[in-house]
Design a protein around this ligand. Structure first.
Ligand SMILES: N[C@@H](CCC(=O)N[C@@H](CS)C(=O)NCC(=O)O)C(=O)O
Length: 224
């Protein structure tokens, strides 16, 4: 398998899941601005929208969309127990994957991180932050994970929450979320994935001759 990723983008989630699973995978970095892979290939020829993540399977099939990729990883590595097996548990997993993908990633963080989104749009999406993050905080109150144990939904949530620090969102308003973040960042798969991608991010910045210091989260851009 091959995971197309961009450092600290939402493709961090499948990397975390793959580390949890102990999967043998090659990781191919994509420059989302240039739309090129690190081997110089035109990424638009691989993914029509040039988005990450994309997971290429052994037979060459390409799977896109984080929710689908994460569930496929969970299914391929059942011993890692990254997804519940019962019907209600699966529904809850899909519920949270959808919530993170739509209410948080695309409806909240993407516009805030975009260099192109107009100020009015950013102000509008910020009006939704309290209710959306409040929902997450309510869920995490008294729980270690979104579901009964670590799942691919946590891999996605921790990835998206990591972007807060380069947005006006101050997670300190939700202690259940900051406690969750602190806990998950200690988890070996998460700690390893974040450390590696921070390094890759710093290298990518350097290549673009921007400040070399590695931030804990990506700088605002049109890429998330
Ligand atoms: N619906 C896609 C969204 C993926 C997405 O937005 N990826 C961002 C990185 S977090 C991206 O590739 N952005 C590049 C761009 O918008 O051109 C999914 O769930 O996988």
């Amino acid at each position: 398998m091959k995971l197309y990723f961009s450092p600290l983008a939402c493709s961090l989630a499948p990397r975390i899941a793959l580390y949890e699973a102990g999967a043998e995978v090659s990781y191919v970095e994509v420059d989302l601005k240039a739309k090129r892979t690190e081997d110089g290939a035109d990424y638009r020829a691989i993914h029509p929208l040039a988005l990450v993540p994309a997971l290429e399977l052994e037979g060459g099939e390409l799977v896109t969309e984080n929710a689908a990729i994460l569930q496929l990883i969970a299914e391929r590595f059942p011993e890692a127990e990254l997804a519940p097996r019962d019907a209600l548990g699966r529904a809850r997993l899909k519920e949270w994957l959808s919530f993170v993908g739509t209410e948080l990633h695309k409806a909240l963080y993407s516009p805030l991180l975009s260099a192109e989104a107009p100020a009015e749009m950013k102000a509008y999406v910020l009006t939704k932050a309290g209710s959306r993050l409040g929902r997450v905080a309510d869920r995490l109150e008294g729980r270690e994970f979104l579901l009964d144990r670590f799942s691919v939904a946590d891999a996605y949530l921790i990835t998206v929450l990591n972007w807060s620090q380069v947005t006006p969102i101050d997670l300190a308003a939700w202690p259940a979320i900051t406690a969750y973040q602190a806990r998950l960042q200690q988890r070996p798969s998460v700690a390893r994935a974040m450390a590696e991608e921070r390094e890759r991010y710093a290298r990518a910045l350097k290549r673009r001759e921007e400040p070399a210091a590695a931030p804990a989260a990506p700088a605002p851009s049109a890429d998330r």
